[in-house]
Design a protein around this ligand. Sequence first.
Ligand code: C2E
Ligand code: MG
Ligand code: MG
Length: 857
Amino acid sequence: MSQPAASILIVDDEPQNRKLLETLLRPEGYLTQCAANGEAALIAIQQHMPDLILLDVMMPGMDGYQVAEAVKANPCTSHIPIIMVTALIERGARLRGLNSGAEEFLTKPIDRAELWLRVRNLLRLKAYSDFLQNHSAILEQEVQARTARLQQFRSAMDATADAILLASRSALRFVEVNATACDMFGYSRDELMQLGPIELAEATHTAAAELLDFMVSGAETTEFREVVLRRKDGSEFKVEMSRTAHRTGDDWLIVGVLRDVTERDAAQQRLHQLAHYDTLTGLPNRTLFYQTLESSLALAADSAIRVAVMCVDLDQFKNLNDTLGHALGDELLRQFSTRLVKCVRVRDSIGRLGGDEFALIVEMRDGQDCATQVASQIRDFLRTPFDLKGHQFAVTASIGISLFPDDASNSDELMKYADTAMYRAKRAGRDTFRFFTAQMNDEILARLELETALRNALENKEFTLHYQPKVRLDNGRIAGLEALLRWQRPGVGLVLPKQFIPVLEETGLIVRVGAWVISEVCEQIGRWARASIEPVSVSVNVSDRQFLEGDLESLVTRSILANGISPELLELELTEGSMITNTERTISCLKVLKSQGVQISIDDFGTGYSSLAYLRRFPIDTLKIDIAFIRDITSNPDAATIVRAIMQMAHSLKLEVVAEGVETEAQLAVLRSQGCDYIQGYYYSRPLAMPEIETLLREDRRLPMPVGQPASPPKTLLLVDDEALTLAAIQLALHQEGYHILTAQSAAQGFELLALNEVHVILCDQRMPNMNGTEFLNRVMELYPDTLRIVLSGYIEIETILRAINCGAIYRFYTKPLDNRILRNNIREAFRHHGLLRARAGAQPTDLRQSEGVTTH
Ligand code: C2E
Ligand code: MG
Ligand code: MG
């Protein structure tokens, strides 16, 4: 398409000049127009917008300069090039022309070629500048249109309730985010644009990695997922995120749309709460309770656990509600539910089925007592009245219990039966509980009755003590008694401990009853002393709860002092159980009592913990081997081995051993051969009530010695000391030990007694007037080599004594002053050693010169 012809305005006041120029330009294809003066020229310019102006300078009216200035001052015409046509050629006129805006000059007379060239060049320049101007205007329009579109898009994005984030996959940076995203994360748009998906991910590495994987996985798919993200302030929140990926050249543009689901979750939670929980008490409602029951039953069936379902109903609630008004009635239910929660363990469940009806699921891992305990606890908790706006209201509850799998195996039936049982409890006078099964009720009722009866037994003086003797095997004599509790239950008769001690222990009554036993035994020891019955030690069984809850230490001390008895006549028997519960407290209590002289033994040894390490920590004198081992000792090699091992271990720890429950001669024979110290059991005597045990003590009936074996001569101990008081003290300390004790106040008397008696062990003071101890024992060694000789001395004479030891005259030497318990242990040890050496030497008289060393206890 050909360009339109350029139009040229010729402005000149001289018509021949205008004509000339027109004539010169037209043949070149230009369109011409003419104006005879400046004013007409400006009008023509406005109207026709010529492409070029040929402007005469000298004109009447507006001259050429003024016209040029006006054209250039108008933005619509300023782009039109002007060629000034003038006769003036001086410099000042040219500068003025340029200054007023003219682009070129032509001087008259006009050179045709110059005119054409100047016109052509200027028109070309104008065409180029027009093109540029037009093009930039188009560009500008385009930019404006785009900006407007982007603005519209942003506004639309910003108006969206979801957060929108665009990220570059390769840079892992956001390239665009909307206002909701900024609000959601708490960043300004600029801040957010500096970040990328990783910075918004939850703190954990795995979550960040997962989010990243999800965001940058290149597939162009839309996926939904819930993720936890982090705000600028560090708080975390959950969003539902959908993501699309778009290819952009080599990169992917990831578009993430995020919705905060915190409120949605909360709403769902609220809905769940409303659907499953009771609004008044916050407890699970009937629906949730049934669901829980179903799953508890499924679990219990798998693991063979019993489950109790309990229906709890407040007694007379309707009346209360009517009198108090519903607001206070509701408050009562709220308080009641709080108490109910305290009655169950974490693994149990509670629900409010409606009104004043509550239900419990109790797992019975520890026997059926659990349900009874929970029921009793509910009743106990209700004993404290409820405080309703300052008024106290006592309320009771009736409870019905059904058992899985005993009564039924599905939830509906169990609930129905628990309900039936609850109505039975109501009929039985309320404030009580009933099992669905009759037999259960009988057992529970019997147990409750037993508890009530035991609570009164102490006040009603229904407890009594029987005493069972314990016998020394080497002389067959009674060496002590064990006090055993009996209950003379009205209407029933004599009840043995195994039927009531566990109940006393569970209810804690054992603390009071145990205290009674201790004071009764101390009183009895006192009575026997006054009745001139030979002193005999009595052991008392002590349960762990007495260490934990009773002040055993001061109780024992008070009882001993009150009755003026020797502490050595009282022995405490504890079980291995008390050694492991509250060990430190038990040890410190026992140590105090032990230091006063009280004897300590471990009962039923071998059935419990039986740890040597533990034994060493306790100040124990005696081990009592449990009847379970003794029962089989003649027939079961394992039992015999265990008993022998216990005996050896005990002896090496300097403990004495009592075998419990010896019933036959054969058991006795085995125990004898194993070196047992004492036996207790029906073989010698059953536990006896008061007159019988006294008769037995007075009779001093001995255990028959084995057939064919003469009763071994009593262990004879010769004490030599010039001080009568020391002799008496040692005799008293050894009184219980059953030795035949001879005393001499001088070496001469000692020799006399040695000639008249078969003496086994001699304990002699070093400092004596006429002949000192070592000298005396040196001579005795020559005369009676199979005696075991011990000297009692201070450290001063140590050299003399060492000489005596070295030449074999002395077996041991003990330093003064001697503690009674150590003395007893040492003398026991000496006799045991003497016996061993004699046994080793057979019937041959032995020279006991070989000394074992020096003992300073
Ligand atoms: P324990 O302390 O081991 O008492 C020995 C039990 O064995 C006594 O039973 C006794 O009668 C029984 N027994 C003795 N010789 C024989 C025998 O040859 N054959 C058989 N089969 N049994 C024999 P008891 O009196 O029924 O006492 C049972 C348990 O009750 C005692 O066992 C003791 O643990 C506990 N107990 C008794 N009195 C008290 C007490 O006052 N306080 C405490 N905490 N517990 C006591
Ligand atoms: Mg005992
Ligand atoms: Mg026992």
